[in-house]
Write a protein that binds this ligand. Structure first.
Ligand SMILES: Nc1nc2c(ncn2[C@@H]2O[C@H](COP(=O)(O)OP(=O)(O)OP(=O)(O)O)[C@@H](O)[C@H]2O)c(=O)[nH]1
Ligand SMILES: C[C@H](OP(=O)(O)O)C(=O)O
Length: 220
């Protein structure tokens, strides 16, 4: 079965520019992609990378300069088998999460992202569905499923809901990440617990630092 992973090749994760340089963002985006693809492959899925520009990667790469929704819907139109769409910024997902999603009897499984977004969709019949990302896409996807008479399971998971859009989201990756993206983040940034909400900061800050116990952070 196919797992489609959309990936913005140039200027990925631009909202992280409040904390990370363009090189750091590119590296983090690439490592999150690697971690996610590794998980999908462990579950036996055939990964298709839907890239915005030519990109060399050890997977099937489809390049489309169309916007995210048009590119994905064009791809879905050509599919008759079930498809999973996984965003490239959900680095905490585990093989167990993916296997649980695959077990669902529903026509559509949606893993919401925080703030109204959609992180993962498992679409049993792509001919009866289309995607509409951006804005409160979770609600839009529920509506599209309802309009098409599809049964829906909302996948309730901390890992699957933790997408990395803004600097504050990096806290989850820093604390809970087990893959290479988390390892990289912990090598370039620190966890500041000095006041209020825990934050990920770069080392030029004066911080009261918290460390992740090595056993919890161990990469798989
Ligand atoms: N194929 C394709 N993928 C996209 C496009 N825009 C974003 N993506 C990917 O879709 C997923 C969700 O997008 P965002 O969370 O907005 O990620 P982003 O565009 O890298 O982040 P920002 O620049 O901060 O908006 C990520 O996996 C992106 O790499 C697009 O126009 N085409
Ligand atoms: C693509 C978009 O991602 P976000 O920027 O909300 O994580 C969405 O989930 O609709």
């Amino acid at each position: 079965m196919k797992a489609v992973v959309p990936f913005k090749v140039v200027n990925a994760k631009s909202r992280l520019a409040t904390l990370l340089t363009v090189e750091e963002r590119a590296r983090l985006a690439r490592l999150m992609l690697d971690d996610i693809i590794g998980v999908l492959r462990q579950c036996g899925l055939n990964v298709v990378l839907l890239a915005t520009a030519p990109f060399t990667y050890d997977a099937e790469v489809v390049v489309s300069d169309k916007d995210l929704n048009s590119a994905l819907n064009e791809l879905l139109k050509a599919e008759v088998e079930p498809v999973m769409i996984v965003m490239a910024d959900v680095p905490l997902i585990t093989p167990d999460n993916v296997r649980d999603i695959l077990k669902s009897p529903s026509d559509l499984v949606i893993a919401p992202g925080r703030g109204g977004g959609t992180n993962i969709q498992y679409i049993k019949d792509p001919q009866r569905y289309h995607v509409d990302y951006y804005g409160a896409s979770f609600l839009d996807h529920l509506r599209i499923a309802e309009d098409n008479g599809l049964t829906v399971e909302v996948f309730d998971s901390f890992n699957a809901s933790s997408d990395i859009d803004e600097a504050q989201d990096l806290v989850e990756l820093y604390i809970h990440g087990r893959g290479r993206a988390a390892e990289y983040l912990r090598s370039i940034a620190a966890l500041d617990i000095s006041k209020g909400r825990v934050r990920v900061v770069k080392d030029d800050y004066k911080v009261q630092e918290a460390r992740v116990p090595w056993k919890y952070a161990a990469t798989e």
